[in-house]
Structures are given as structure tokens and as C-alpha cells.
Design a protein around this ligand. Structure first.
Ligand SMILES: Nc1ncnc2c1ncn2[C@@H]1O[C@H](COP(=O)(O)OP(=O)(O)OP(=O)(O)O)[C@@H](O)[C@H]1O
Ligand SMILES: [Mg+2]
Length: 506
């Protein structure tokens, strides 16, 4: 069902496109049309085919069937460079700037204005960059090195680059997943500037409120097929979820009251110089403690130190009253601790190894009999968790690298849950995970707490923290600034502490 599209010719379109990877049909007979000045959302569950569609538009994949149309005429992109030359810019979730080059040099990489004798005209590069930033309303120093820029700032550099190429189509694959609320607002301002200049935008996000805030039109995919393409106006969140999931949604945050046991994890005055200071808290068996704060407050760094991935300079971590050795994750694992890291690509998975092996990696001991690995047991347990988390895959023997982004995340969760931890630290457990599975992850965490697991949950998703946590700790600039019991935790109390403002005397 396609209706009320703008008049005129779409700047970029797919027409009846199919694309398979082996036996997996990632896209089947999908059409989509992007118009100038319109922000178009692409919705769908993990593995629905969104990234594949984007890569087809961007010249990374070639369609098996169907065609790509540019200004209404068939076109074949032989690679990403072809698509870029045609005015199609893609911003991925994690941009790839050169850390040692300046912002301006990154922007004009390989095509710097030159003076006589071929020397790069640095002044021209700098002023051209400043002009682009001004057009976009971005406040960044062209001379600073790219190293140390936040992901949000790196994305803005990429968008400025797109503008410098006169990109007519801007495609963004989950650009907001690692951004704070104010960074998202800034990104949207910049995108709206481009829309006003007549660019067409294609946008993917698992946060539906963002789709409604930014986009005029939304196309939904399910299992590689087109479900609908329609105006956002007149559509409700529930309606969009139904198109994505094909059914009504389970309740998010199914928090069950749990009986609290003894203190399982105890963190005492933990300090890592220049990163976090004097951090103390307990988590009891059966308790879910939320760790809230803005991106950069030091939450993930605390988690990494507690688990032993990073060293700490002072303080103590105890599991069941026994002190852990600092900087020794193997000791933490032996004591019953598990950490589902934030950066799952880098820290959680071996992309070239199979799904089964990735899930089995941490639990080798449990399935090893007399030093021999029991492949059958490993496989059974892996399958059990993969099914519970609704991982979408063709075969357990497939490499993790072939899974969609959200399904890779589920594999990391499965891998650590399969270790049967007593203390579970999850860092952004539902980032990149679709709305349907989100409820499943929440139910799992709640169930684990009910069985006496102590859960420390880091999340930037405030409703998730408020919905799931028995108690909320808030970090600001490397310190814990508030501890709020469930009954008193509201967006207001948490955000006030997270931004370091004084609590208003009410
Ligand atoms: N290079 C590849 N090799 C094999 N299979 C692939 C490859 N790329 C994608 N697939 C498969 O195609 C399907 C669609 O994947 P895609 O990445 O497009 O999903 P997505 O909608 O972007 O999901 P997510 O929300 O999790 O990012 C999945 O089943 C995935 O495993
Ligand atoms: Mg994807």
C-alpha cells in the first residue's frame, strides 16, 4: 500500500529488488522511493533487511533482481565510490575518520585544494570547512585532530563531507544508537537543514519516537519483504510496531517483584585516576540496580574495571564477600561474574567464528568433560539461548559476521547468559535491538533476578532504567551523584542528578 507520495520523480529508488546471501533472502521484491526534501524512515525488526537495502542503494551490494533508479533512470553502481559520485552519501553508525588528521583534512581527504607546486592550501581547506560547518550550524574547530571526537561529532564531520560533495541523498544507518539526547537533537537540526536544501534522507532507528520526530514517510520491512510505505502522519507507534512485528507487542519492562538476598557484588571506593573517583555501591542477589548518567559519565568504565578488563588504582571489588584481583577478568568469571559489554563488535564477538562457537566461548568449562570439549552440549546450550533470544540465523554453523547488527548483539547476550552468572553486568543491553525483542530481553533480566542473580544494568534509555531497576544509581563526571529508590525514581530526579544540577528543594 503506497499512497500520497509527492509528485515528481524520486531522486533515488529501488524497483522490485531482491537480494540473497546463500539461502537467506535478505530482500524480496522490495521497492522504495526517496524524494527531495523528504525524510524517509526504514523500519523493521533485527534482520528484516534494512542494512541490506541501504547497502544496495549505496553501491555496496548489487541486486540479484530488480533495479536502482537515479532521477527515474536505471543506474548500476559498481561500488560505493560510484554511488558517492552520483550524490549518495552514507553515514554509518560508527564513522571512520583518520584520527591523526585534522577535522578539515578528514573532510577534504584526497581532494584538498592545492597551490602551485602541488602543495596543499591549508588555509583554503580550513576556510572551506568553516563555511560548511556554518551552513550546517555546527560548532566544531576545523583545526583540531579527529582523535578524541565523540561519535556524534564524527558523524557531523561526515555529514559536512556529504554536503561538500553536494550529496542529494543522505542515508543514515542507526546514527543515533550511541548518541545522547542533546546530540540527537543537534543531529536532527543538521539533517533538517539539509532537507530544507532539498536533500532526500533515508533514516534507520530502532527508537520509534525518532522516526516520528524526524520523518515524513516510513517504509516497513518484515523478513525481507515490503509491508508498507506510507506517510508518518496518521500512523501511531502501536500501528508501526504492528507492521514491523506482525502482531501486538508484549509488555515492555515486565518487572517482577523479587526477593532480595545477601549482597552479591560490593564495590568499595573504586577509583581509576582521571576516569572515575570513589565509586561505592552494593548489588544484592535478586536485585536489579540501574546505573544511569549521560554518555561519558564513566559508567562503562566502572563496569570494565569491576569486571577486570581495566585496572583500578584504588578501592576494592568483592563478590560474595571475597575480594577480586584487579585487572583479572578470568578471576571475575570464576567468581561468577559476567559482563555484556557496550561495544559488542570490538569486545564481545569473534566475527569469523560460528554462532555456536561464539556463544560457547565463555562457557567452555561447563561443557568440557575430562579436558575434551563436548561439542554436542555446547551446541545444545547455544541453540537454547539463541532461540530464547529470537536470534535470526540460517544455521548455527554460520559465522557471526553474517548476522544483522541486532542479531549480533543478541549473540553476545546469549554468550554471557549461558555462563549462568551470579552477578550480571549489562551495558546498554537493548541498544540496537528491535522493539519486539526488547521486551524479551527485559523479561529475561527480570527472570534472572527472580532466580537470585544480582544485576547491574547500565542504560541510557531512561524508560528502561525506570521500568526495570529496583534502585537507580546516577553518575556524573566520574562520580556517583545520587542513589534513588525505585519509588522515587522519575525522569526528573534521574536527569537532575545526571546533569549535575542541584536537586530543587521541593
Ligand atoms: N554479508 C552477508 N552474508 C550473509 N548473510 C547476510 C549478509 N548480510 C546480511 N545477511 C543476512 O540478511 C538478513 C538481513 O540483514 P540486515 O543486516 O539487512 O538486517 P537489518 O534489518 O539491518 O537488521 P538490524 O536491525 O539487526 O541491523 C539477515 O538474515 C542477515 O543475516
Ligand atoms: Mg542493520
Amino acid at each position: 500500500m503506497t499512497h500520497s507520495e509527492p509528485d515528481g520523480v524520486p531522486v533515488l529508488a529501488l524497483e522490485g529488488v531482491s537480494r540473497s546471501f546463500g539461502a537467506v533472502r535478505a530482500l524480496q521484491d522490495v521497492s522504495v522511493r526517496l524524494f527531495p526534501g523528504e525524510a524517509h524512515a526504514l523500519a523493521g525488526e533485527n534482520g528484516a533487511g534494512k542494512s541490506t537495502l541501504i547497502k544496495t542503494l549505496a553501491g555496496v551490494h548489487r541486486p540479484d533482481k530488480g533495479r536502482v533508479l537515479l532521477d527515474g533512470r536505471p543506474v548500476v553502481f559498481h561500488g560505493p565510490a560510484d554511488a558517492r559520485d552520483a550524490g549518495v552519501a552514507v553515514i554509518y553508525q560508527e564513522p571512520t575518520l583518520f584520527p591523526d588528521l585534522s577535522v578539515a583534512e578528514n573532510l577534504f581527504m584526497g581532494r584538498q585544494p592545492r597551490r602551485s607546486l602541488g602543495r596543499v592550501d591549508h588555509a583554503a581547506v580550513r576556510s572551506a570547512t568553516a563555511r560548511l560547518f556554518q551552513q550546517l550550524g555546527v560548532d566544531l574547530d576545523p583545526d583540531r585532530p579527529a582523535r578524541g571526537l565523540s561519535i556524534a561529532d564524527q558523524q557531523l564531520v561526515e555529514i559536512a563531507k556529504a554536503l561538500s560533495f553536494d550529496a542529494r541523498v543522505l542515508i543514515m544507518d542507526e546514527p543515533t544508537a550511541a548518541l545522547t539526547g542533546s546530540e540527537v537533537a543537534r543531529l536532527f537540526r543538521v539533517v533538517r537543514t539539509l532537507l530544507e536544501r532539498g536533500a532526500a534522507v533515508l533514516f534507520i532507528s530502532h527508537r520509534l519516537e525518532e522516526v516520528f520526530a524526524l520523518c515524513q514517510r516510513v517504509t516497513t520491512l518484515r523478513d525481507g519483504r515490503l509491508v508498507s510505505s506510507e506517510p508518518v502522519a496518521g500512523l501511531t507507534e502501536d500501528g508501526l510496531v504492528r507492521r514491523m512485528v506482525g502482531r501486538d507487542l508484549d509488555e515492555l519492562y515486565p518487572k517482577q517483584p523479587a526477593e532480595l538476598g545477601e549482597v552479591a557484588l560490593s564495590v568499595r571506593r573504586l577509583t581509576r585516576e582521571g576516569v572515575f573517583t570513589d565509586v561505592s555501591f552494593d548489588v544484592r542477589a535478586g536485585e536489579i540496580v540501574g546505573l544511569a548518567g549521560l554518555v561519558g559519565a564513566g559508567r562503562s568504565e566502572v563496569a570494565r574495571a569491576v569486571f577486570g578488563v581495566d585496572r583500578w588504582d584504588a578501592g576494592e571489588v568483592l563478590v560474595d564477600g571475597v575480594a577480586l584481583t584487579r585487572g583479572a577478568p578470568s578471576k571475575a568469571i570464576a567468581a561468577g561474574m559476567a559482563l555484556v559489554p557496550e561495544d559488542r563488535r570490538a569486545q564481545g564477538l569473534v566475527m569469523e567464528m560460528s554462532i555456536a562457537r561464539n556463544i560457547g566461548l565463555t562457557g567452555l568449562r561447563a561443557t568440557t568433560t575430562a579436558g575434551l570439549m563436548n561439542r554436542g552440549a555446547e551446541r545444545d546450550r547455544a541453540l537454547d539461548w539463541a532461540v530464547r533470544l529470537q536470534v535470526k540465523f540460517a544455521r548455527l554453523a554460520d559465522t557471526v559476521g553474517t548476522l544483522s547488527g541486532g542479531n549480533q548483539q543478541k549473540v553476545v547476550l546469549a554468550k554471557w547468559l549461558a555462563t549462568g552468572p551470579r552477578v550480571l553486568i549489562v551495558d546498554e543491553p537493548t541498544r540496537g535491538i528491535d522493539v519486539g525483542t526488547k521486551a524479551e530481553v527485559h523479561r529475561l533480566l527480570s527472570h534472572l533476578a527472580g532466580q537470585g542473580v544480582a544485576v547491574l544494568m547500565i542504560s541510557s534509555d531512561l524508560p528502561e532504567i525506570l521500568g526495570m531497576a529496583d534502585r537507580v544509581l546516577v553518575m556524573h563526571e566520574g562520580r556517583i551523584t545520587a542513589e534513588i529508590p525505585r519509588a522515587e525514581a522519575t525522569e526528573e530526579t534521574v536527569m537532575t542528578a545526571a546533569t549535575g544540577r542541584e536537586r530543587s528543594a521541593a
